[in-house]
Design a protein around this ligand. Structure first.
Ligand code: SF4
Ligand code: F3S
Length: 127
């Protein structure tokens, strides 16, 4: 048993979830996070923290096997994340948008965050 991150995390990526996980089992993609199914202890404390309501137990009817598979697949290649970073500026505008997996999912790993908390690209522009 595990919890899984669902489609509505894509491009919302609020990251409140990582602050409360007792076993640090979130992994960061470019525009969403996933949970490692073998590390999650199914405690459920991350569920109410997510403003996008994007985390459910894998027993939930919304957690089809494709989501469990996606979480498992990318948890093994994306970097671990344990501290909240700055969410995307337009996160709220993506909350609830349909078809995000088909149209907006990125399989790329998470941002390379520097001292300022901005991603490297934004830091370069700010110089
Ligand atoms: Fe972490 Fe608990 Fe959420 Fe699993 S259910 S990801 S262990 S906070
Ligand atoms: Fe995603 Fe919700 Fe965490 S939007 S990054 S699962 S707080």
């Amino acid at each position: 048993m595990t919890h899984v991150v669902l489609e509505n995390c894509i491009k919302c990526k609020y990251m409140d979830c990582v602050e409360v996980c007792p076993v640090d089992c979130f992994y960061e993609g470019k525009n969403m996070l996933v949970i490692h199914p073998d590390e999650c202890i199914d405690c459920g404390v991350c569920v109410p923290e997510c403003p996008a309501e994007a985390i459910v137990p894998d027993s939930d009817p919304g957690a089809e096997s494709q989501w469990l598979n996606l979480n498992r697949r990318f948890a093994s290649s994306w970097p671990n994340i344990t501290q909240k970073k700055r969410p995307p500026d337009d996160a709220d505008t993506w909350n609830g948008v349909p078809q995000k997996l088909a149209n907006h999912f990125s399989d790329q790993p998470g941002r390379d965050i520097g001292e300022t908390g901005l991603d490297r690209e934004s830091e370069e522009k700010a110089k």
